[in-house]
Design a protein around this ligand. Sequence first.
Ligand code: 13P
Ligand code: SF4
Length: 437
Amino acid sequence: MTSVANIIASAATVEQRSRTMLGDTITFGEPTDITTTCDSQLSTEPWQIDTEPGYGPGASTNDEAPSTAPHQGPIPAEYTDASEAELDARIIAAKETLGDRLKILGHFYQRDEIVKYADFVGDSFMLAQAAKDHPETEAFVFCGVHFMAETADILSDEQQSVILPNLAAGCSMADMATIDQVEEAWEQLMQVLGTSNDERAEVIPVTYMNSSAAIKAFCGRNDGIVCTSSNATTVLEWAFERGKRVIFFPDQHLGRNTAKAMGLTEEQMPLWRPYLPMGGNTQQQLEDAKVILWNGFCSVHKRFTVAQIDKARADYPDVTVIAHPECPAPVVEAADGVGSTEYIRKAIEAGQPGDVFAVGTEINLVNRLQAQHPEMTIFCLDPVICPCSTMYRIHPAYLAWVLEGLVEGQVHNQICVDATVATDASVALERMLAARP
Ligand code: 13P
Ligand code: SF4
């Protein structure tokens, strides 16, 4: 059973390793003044920063990228030097040549210059489903981030290829949980909680889609499951039918907001800090826990505050505030609606002329919704234009490069998940798809 001393000793190196990655910069609850912390100088083109370490400009600029985060090498100057009009013509020509052999998948947070070429635009759940539902497609070009492309590779057939136009398009939140940290945490939990004496497991691992394929595979191997922001409640219900408690990777906010909406209290949701023995918790806290929250967050969504909501309500008394569940709990609780990017899109779609919406999510989606609905007023709660640093890495120059590569029979930037990892990860993903309400 428990050997807390052993756990503390073995966790010492983990603490050092993880501190280097996450640093001491994590703040909890309401940030004080974050209006000055966003490097929004996105006039820099991605290829000017791809070779530099870190996430570059945008919301994740202050996050520490792990050394394992993929880098993008240089692409030919004929693409980076090309004008917008030239790239447009080349992308359209390549798309026409490739025809039905190709599907371009675009996440809602992509810039408009990319979204206009997408065959499917959606949230991470819809895009995963699109990859699964099109066995006739030879190549998916995924205009989104790395974990989404990995998921598409896992769910699609072996002979289909998934391409991420810029390999530096990762996700700082997904990088906040590494497979080594997760396995270390699991070992400690098993030592502390022991093996269950009844049918329900002591802990069920649940990972948000925004995590590496290796963590999804870990969940598949350990009777766990994946969730997205559109099905987190269903997935937690699935988990509680099978286990006494859950460990939720890597987004503490999605985990907390979902569990709170299900009636759980803060005391039942201790935070697991990967650099501390037992995640910084006592044995009693872990035994009493219902949802153990991994200490990760999204740097786009942590920028939203209750003060911003108060201001929106003062400026527009009839405003409807909608937030993504990656926002901190006080923001979600002060909002009128909460849900995935698709939920946000639908909520606004159902609005009437003259309606006002203040939205707590990434700026590209908010601006697009305003452009699509000029009869309404739609604005981002965050007064600073602070896009997702990694979604921004997908630029038409990279899209043209990978598409023309396909035309010439070359597959650039293919995302290939290791076969064993993919098999285990697909177990956890299929459980999610089956658990869908
Ligand atoms: P959705 O699942 O709502 O598309 O969110 C993905 C994401 O990365 C949000 O930050
Ligand atoms: Fe990751 Fe946040 Fe960007 Fe989504 S918005 S891809 S969670 S960093």
